[in-house]
Design a binder for this molecule. Structure first.
Ligand SMILES: Cc1cc2nc3c(=O)[nH]c(=O)nc-3n(C[C@H](O)[C@H](O)[C@H](O)COP(=O)(O)OP(=O)(O)OC[C@H]3O[C@@H](n4cnc5c(N)ncnc54)[C@H](O)[C@@H]3O)c2cc1C
Length: 457
């Protein structure tokens, strides 16, 4: 029997394992559906002309989703989650950020920090004048092409410290048996005393079903739906030179909806994010390989109330609609075409000034994909953003869809992220984070919870 089994080897699962072995906890097993770091060839495949590499397992394997892709570390407790609300302490929240940062530095992340230049103040002022809030933030960048090395260092260290990894193994069912948990996996059954579930966005739906079966309480969180915007890097340079992943928060004029930039990839690539039944878009940037463009997600926050609170179903429906209209591929449209009420065609995309970095897409019409309210928020938001980043709202700007951020089901827990006796959750899949650093921090919190209980005997 295992002492502690961790489902998911993303940042949350890896940091939970790290904290456990640091506290000399024995019998730690990490189970992941994907492969070991050196066998994850995804980031370089899923870039511009990916017609044959599908389905790429960008979301699964040691390192999880984001580490192996862009690997941008946002060093703030209120970005990608709310660690202060989770821990009930501002000091503890910042300590967790520091600990996650030190973790990545220890395993080879670059020491260079972005976002603490004096020009940040100017950007804040310019944004305020346009009715936009710019969020100053310190960032570190691992980079897709450096990430395999960093993750391999983490993987090797944990194994040296006695952590066992069971890879290419999917956990199918979680059952409670007396005071233990029984995991039915594609590689047989595993018994464990403590369980940390950190399945990321890939496993969010699965976790939600398991939670129902185990009788765990869950609630729906707002969902972020929108597009990936791609512009010439030159347009974004004045901002990305100041802040690597600039975060602008906007309230749209017509609907007063919260709309934001997210995951900015300077000279990066738009990529496909492949799920079992859906294809979404995302973006990544690499340390060495650069494109001519910069891309970012432009997302509208949607909260539903009665009679339907299920934001996940809502987001899936939009993504499904986009996939149907795109013939199983993401849709691309020129902003100018969208504004003129016509679909884009390959002819128009090919003659466009901005060349797409993802070409395994279908030129189409986002007006048929996104609800009017979301589309209005996006168009108004881009218009406002143009006052800070001149050129964003150009006719040649490319929009890709569907971009949906699904960390929608929040598993209800105590402050140690314990949802049922000896069952802990962490990371994006449990709705307690939305980014690498916060996911890692929740892994630390869950592990501390396990350690606290072990200490009590
Ligand atoms: C392309 C892309 C770029 C991103 N860029 C950034 C960025 O620059 N900065 C940032 O902060 N965030 C970024 N993110 C978000 C970031 O990836 C996540 O917030 C973070 O990885 C969440 O960590 P996690 O440990 O909760 O889950 P994940 O990293 O998703 O890991 C979960 C793991 O669980 C495994 N798993 C799931 N279900 C099962 C099961 N049933 N059995 C066994 N294993 C299972 C999966 O294989 C996966 O490896 C990006 C995401 C993507 C997709």
């Amino acid at each position: 029997m295992q002492q502690v089994a961790i489902i998911g080897a993303g940042p949350a699962g890896l940091m939970a394992a790290y904290r456990l072995v640091k506290n000399k906890v024995k019998g730690v097993l990490v189970i992941d559906y994907g492969n070991e770091p050196s066998k994850r060839k995804c980031p370089l495949e899923v870039t511009s002309v990916c017609t044959k590499c599908n389905p790429c397992k960008i979301l699964t394997g040691v390192g999880g989703a984001g580490l192996i892709s862009a690997g941008r570390l946002n060093l703030r407790p209120d970005i990608g989650g709310d660690l202060e609300a989770l821990t009930g302490s501002n000091k503890k929240a910042w300590n967790l950020i520091k600990e996650v940062d030190n973790f990545f530095l220890k395993f080879g992340a670059s020491r260079k920090v972005y976002g603490d230049r004096p020009e940040v103040k100017f950007l804040e002022r310019k944004s305020a004048a346009a009715g936009i809030k710019f969020i100053p933030i310190r960032q570190r960048f691992i980079g897709s092409d450096n990430s395999v090395k960093v993750i391999s260092n983490i993987y090797n260290y944990l194994r040296e410290k006695g952590v066992k990894f069971l890879l290419k193994t999917k956990v199918l069912e979680i059952k409670k048996q007396n005071k233990q948990y029984l995991l039915e996996t594609t590689n047989g059954k595993i018994k464990t005393k403590f369980l940390v579930i950190a399945p990321g966005r890939y496993g969010a739906n699965w976790l939600s079903h398991q939670a129902e079966k185990l009788g765990l309480e869950k609630k729906f969180e707002p969902i972020d739906v929108g597009v990936r915007v791609e512009v010439p890097a030159l347009v974004m340079d004045p901002v990305t030179e100041v802040s690597l992943d600039p975060k602008f928060h906007i309230y749209s004029r017509t609907y007063d909806d919260f709309t934001r930039t997210f995951c900015v990839n300077e000279r990066g690539f738009v990529v496909k994010e492949v799920y079992d039944e859906l294809i979404l878009v995302n973006g990544h940037a690499m340390y060495e390989k650069k494109s001519e463009n910069t891309n970012f997600a432009f997302l509208v926050r949607v909260k539903l109330t009665e009679p339907v609170e299920n934001t996940t179903a809502f987001g899936r429906q939009i993504a499904k609609q986009a996939n149907i209209l795109g013939g199983g591929k993401p849709i691309i449209q020129k902003l100018g075409d969208l504004e003129r009420g016509r679909r884009s065609t390959w002819k128009r995309i090919k003659s466009n000034h901005v060349k797409p970095t993802l070409t395994d897409v279908t030129p189409g019409d986002l007006a048929l994909v996104l609800p009017h309210r979301i589309l209005t928020d996006i168009l108004e938001g881009l218009n406002m953003l143009d006052k800070v980043i001149s050129g964003i709202n150009s006719a040649s700007t490319l929009l890709y869809a569907p971009e949906v951020k699904f960390s929608a089901h929040r598993i209800v827990t105590n402050k140690n992220l314990e949802a049922a006796e000896n069952l802990f959750v962490a990371g994006d899949g449990a709705g307690v984070s939305r980014g690498i650093v916060t996911a890692g921090a929740t892994g630390l919190i869950a592990a501390e919870g396990v350690i606290e209980k072990l200490g009590r005997g």
